[in-house]
Write a protein that binds this ligand. Structure first.
Ligand code: BGC
Length: 729
C-alpha cells in the first residue's frame, strides 16, 4: 500500500492557503435556545442567590432543580444512550422497581453506526425521545460519541465509530431525532474520553490538529448542524485540566468558537474543584452538590467567583428549560415506556446493522432444505445483553435472544439443538477481577462436541457480553473470552459446517474463528429485537447490509495506540506514567493508520458483504477543478446485479495527491445507504463540500484549505474501491 505521508512534516512550503474560520458551515440558523432571552433575564433578576445555586447542581441522582416559587420545573435526565434507564431512587443507583418503566433496548452505539444511516440515527433518536417523554424526561444522556481509538476501549460498544465523519453524521441524525421530538440531547463525553482504565485521572496529550479533525469533529457537528442543547464534560483531563474545568474545551472552543448556547453538565462525580469548574465553563455539577453547593456560595462570598458567572449558568440552563416542555410528574409513567412503534425501530436498526464478514461459497443464507438438524452452540445464544457490567443498562420490556429468534423463525422447518459450549463471564467474576480469558469448561465443551456431531450445521454464537465490555475498564485483549477458540476448534473436528455469529460491541480477535468458519457474522449487542433480526439475516429473509464502523485488526499490536506503545500507559515514552495518554499516532486513528502504514487488517473499516452483488460504473464529476466555496458532486451508477433486493452502503473517500502537508492515506468524506431491487440500477450523487476538506492549521488556529489534486475513491468499503477520479481543489 502506498505511504502518502510521514508524520511530523509541518512546512506549508509551496501550497496556496485559503484561510477561514470553522470546519463546518456557519451559515446556520440561530439556535432555538435563544428565543427567550428577555424572559430569562427578568427571571434571573427575580431569583435569590440560593435559588441560583440550587439550580446548578444535582438535586437527585438524575434531576437538577428548577425554582418552584417561579414556576420553573426541574430538569429531569434520562440515562442513555441506547434506552431510557428505569426509574431510580432519588439518591442511589437502586431501581425503584416500578412496573411500567420497561423500555426498548435499542442496538448499542456500534450497532447503530454499522447501519451507516443518518436516517436510522434520526429515527433512533426520535424513538428514544418518544419513550423519554412517556417517562417525563427532559434530557437524554446521549448520544455517546467519543472516537473509538482503542479496539479494547471499555465503551466501544456505546460509542459509534473510529471515523469522525461517520460519527458526526450519525451524531447529527440522533440529535435532530431527539430534539425534534421534544427532548434535549446531552453529547457525551466531551472530550477525548477514549479509554476507561484510569479515566478519572488520565491526562490526554494530543496536538490541536488531531484534536479538531478527529476527536472534536462529531461534537462540533452536533452543536453546529443539529443545535445540540446539552454537553456532558468527560471524566479525564485534556492538556492538563479536567474536562469539567477545561477553559480551552468549554469556554474557548464550545462557547466562543462553536457558539454553543446550551448547558454543560458534569459526568457523574466528575467535578474536582469549585472555582476552576465555575470559572471555566461547567454549568451543572451532577449528581450532587459537593463543589457547586455551599462551597460555591462560600467562593462567591469570598469574591473568587462573581455572581455574573452564576447568572450565566442559570441562563444556559433556563434556555434549555424553556426549549423543552416540562411534563408534570402526575402525567409521567402512566403507560409502559416501550411501545410497538419504538420496538419496531429497534428491529429495523438491528436488521440493518448486522455485518456479514465472510461467506465462503455463499454458505449463507441457510438452506433449510439442506440442513435439517441445526446445532446452536454458545452461551451468547441465550445471554441477554440489555444489562451487565458497570454503567447504564436498560430494563428492557423484552429481549429476543439469538436462540429465541432462530426458534421462532425456523419453527418446524428444521430441528434445533442447543448447547451452551462455554461459560459466560459473570458480574461476580468481573468484580473479583477474575480474567474472562479462561480455558474452556471441559464438560460444556464435551456436550458441545456431541451436539455438533449430531447436526448438519453449527451456528456458533460467540463473542463478548456486557461484563466483558464494560464502562469503567478496558479489555486487556481482543481474544474471545471463556475459551471460545478451544470450543470452535473442538466443534470443527466433528463438523466442518460452521457459521460463527459474533455478539460483541467491539473488535475481537478472529484468527481462530476465521480458520474454522465458512461464514462469519457480526450481530452486535443488538437490542430488544436482536435475535429476530439475526434469524432473518441468517435465513435470508433479508440481505445483510451492515458495514463495519471500525477496523478489525489481525492482532492488537497492529493497532496504532498499541503499536506506538501509547496504550496501555505503562511503557510510554513519558516514563511509564499511567496518568498520561500520549496520542502520538496523531491523525492515524483506525483505518487511517492501517492504510497509511500499509498494515493489512483482518477486516477493514466499511467492510460488509451482501447476499447480492453490486456493480459500480460511470463515475463523473461536472468539473475538474473546484473552488473553496463549491461542492464536488460525484455521480455514478449503482446496479444490483443479483436477484435479491438489498441495501448497499456506498462510500466515498478522498486521497490527497500532491499535498505538502501530511495527510492520512485516505479519509471518508461521504456515504449513503441505498436500497435496490434485484437487477435494479440507480444514478446516485454523493456530495463533498470543499470546505470539509480543510485541515486545522496549528499555527494560525484556523481551518485552511490546501489547494491540491485529490483522488476521489468510491467503493463498498475502505479496502474495496471500485472507481476513482482525480480533481483539483
Ligand atoms: C457515565 C455517563 C452516564 C452517567 C450517569 C457515568 O458514569 O460516564 O455516561 O450518563 O454515569 O449514569
Amino acid at each position: 500500500m502506498k505511504h502518502l505521508c510521514t508524520m511530523g512534516v509541518t512546512a506549508l512550503l509551496s501550497c496556496i492557503l485559503c484561510l477561514s474560520g470553522c470546519s463546518l458551515s456557519d451559515n446556520r440558523p440561530p439556535s432555538k435556545l435563544i428565543k427567550n432571552e428577555a424572559k430569562i433575564k427578568s427571571i434571573i433578576k427575580k431569583m435569590t442567590l440560593e435559588e441560583k445555586i440550587a439550580m446548578i447542581h444535582g438535586k437527585h441522582m438524575f434531576t437538577s432543580a428548577g425554582v418552584e416559587r417561579l414556576g420553573i420545573a426541574d430538569i429531569i435526565y434520562a440515562d442513555g444512550p441506547f434506552g431510557i434507564r428505569e426509574e431510580m431512587e432519588p439518591h442511589s443507583w437502586h431501581s425503584l422497581g416500578l412496573s411500567n418503566d420497561s423500555s426498548t433496548f435499542f442496538p448499542t452505539g456500534s450497532a447503530l453506526a454499522a447501519t451507516w444511516s443518518k436516517d436510522l440515527a434520526y429515527t433512533y433518536g426520535k424513538s428514544l425521545a418518544q419513550e423519554a417523554r412517556l417517562r417525563g424526561k427532559d434530557m437524554i444522556l446521549g448520544p455517546a460519541i467519543n472516537i473509538q481509538r482503542l479496539p479494547t476501549g471499555g465503551r466501544t460498544y456505546e460509542y459509534l465509530s473510529e471515523d469522525p465523519f461517520l460519527n458526526a453524521q450519525l451524531s447529527v441524525g440522533y440529535t435532530q431525532g431527539v430534539q425534534d421530538n421534544g427532548v434535549a440531547v446531552c453529547l457525551k463525553h466531551y472530550a477525548l474520553n477514549n479509554q476507561e482504565n484510569n479515566r478519572g485521572r488520565v491526562n490526554v496529550i494530543v496536538n490541536s490538529r488531531t484534536m479538531r479533525e478527529i476527536y472534536l469533529l462529531p461534537f462540533e457537528a452536533a452543536v453546529k448542524e443539529a443545535d445540540a442543547y446539552g454537553v456532558m464534560a468527560a471524566y479525564n483531563k485534556v492538556a492538563g485540566d479536567w474536562c469539567s474545568e477545561n477553559d480551552l474545551l468549554l469556554n474557548q472552543i464550545l462557547r466562543n468558537e462553536w457558539k454553543f448556547k446550551g448547558m454543560v453538565i458534569s459526568d457523574w462525580g466528575g467535578v474536582h474543584h469549585t472555582v476552576n469548574a465555575a470559572l471555566h465553563g461547567l454549568d451543572v455539577e451532577m449528581p450532587n452538590s459537593r463543589f457547586f453547593g455551599q462551597a460555591l456560595l462560600d467562593s462567591i462570598q469570598a469574591g473568587t467567583v462573581p455572581v455574573s458567572v452564576i447568572d450565566e449558568k442559570v441562563r444556559n440552563i433556563l434556555r434549555v428549560r424553556f426549549a423543552i416542555e416540562p411534563i408534570p410528574a402526575e402525567e409521567a409513567n402512566k403507560t409502559m415506556t416501550a411501545q410497538p412503534e419504538q420496538l419496531r425501530v429497534a428491529y429495523d436498526v438491528a436488521a440493518k446493522s448486522i455485518v456479514l464478514l465472510k461467506n465462503k461459497e455463499s454458505f449463507l443464507p441457510l438452506n433449510l432444505n439442506q440442513y435439517k438438524k441445526i446445532a446452536v452452540i454458545g452461551e451468547n445464544a441465550i445471554h441477554k445483553q440489555a444489562n451487565g457490567g458497570y454503567g447504564a443498562g436498560v430494563k428492557a420490556l423484552y429481549e429476543v435472544t439469538p436462540l429465541e429468534g432462530l426458534q421462532a423463525k425456523i419453527g418446524d422447518q428444521a430441528e434445533i439443538a442447543f448447547s451452551q459450549g462455554y461459560r459466560g463471564f459473570t458480574g461476580q467474576e468481573r468484580i473479583s477481577h477474575i480474567s474472562p480469558y479462561s480455558e474452556a469448561d471441559p464438560k460444556l465443551l464435551q456436550e458441545a462436541v456431541k451436539t455438533a456431531k449430531n447436526a448438519d450445521i453449527v451456528l456458533f454464537i460467540a463473542g463478548n457480553n456486557r461484563e466483558v465490555e464494560t464502562e469503567g475498564s478496558d479489555r486487556t485483549q481482543m481474544t474471545l473470552p471463556s475459551g471460545q477458540d478451544e470450543v470452535i476448534k473442538a466443534i470443527a473436528a466433528v463438523n466442518p459446517n460452521i457459521v460463527t455469529i459474533v455478539v460483541a460491541g467491539a473488535p475481537v480477535d478472529l484468527s481462530v474463528v476465521e480458520a474454522y468458519s465458512s461464514s462469519i457474522v457480526i450481530s452486535w449487542f443488538n437490542g430488544t429485537e436482536g435475535g429476530n433480526a439475526l434469524a432473518d439475516v441468517l435465513l435470508g429473509n433479508i440481505s445483510p447490509s451492515g458495514k463495519l464502523p471500525f477496523t478489525f485488526p489481525v492482532k492488537l499490536e497492529d493497532s496504532p495506540a498499541y503499536a506506538l506503545n501509547n496504550y496501555p500507559q505503562t511503557t510510554t515514552e513519558t516514563g511509564g506514567d499511567k496518568n498520561v495518554a500520549v496520542y502520538s499516532e496523531e491523525l492515524l486513528v483506525g483505518y487511517r493508520w492501517f492504510d497509511t502504514k500499509g498494515i493489512a487488517p483482518r477486516y477493514s473499516f466499511g467492510h460488509g458483504l451482501s447476499y447480492t452483488t453490486f456493480e459500480y460504473t460511470n463515475l463523473q464529476t461536472k468539473k475538474e477543478q473546484y473552488g473553496s466555496n463549491e461542492s464536488i458532486d460525484v455521480t455514478f451508477e449503482l446496479k444490483n446485479t443479483g436477484e435479491r433486493e438489498a441495501d448497499e452502503v456506498v462510500q466515498l473517500y478522498v486521497h490527497r495527491l500532491d499535498a505538502t502537508i501530511e495527510w492520512p492515506f485516505k479519509e471518508l468524506k461521504a456515504f449513503e445507504r441505498v436500497s435496490l431491487k434485484g437487477g435494479e440500477s440507480q444514478t446516485l450523487t454523493l456530495t463533498i463540500p470543499v470546505s470539509k476538506l480543510r485541515y486545522w492549521n496549528e499555527d494560525n488556529h484556523k481551518w485552511i484549505l490546501e489547494h491540491s489534486e485529490i483522488e476521489l475513491m468510491l467503493g463498498s468499503s475502505s479496502s474495496d474501491i471500485h472507481l476513482t477520479k482525480k480533481v483539483k481543489i
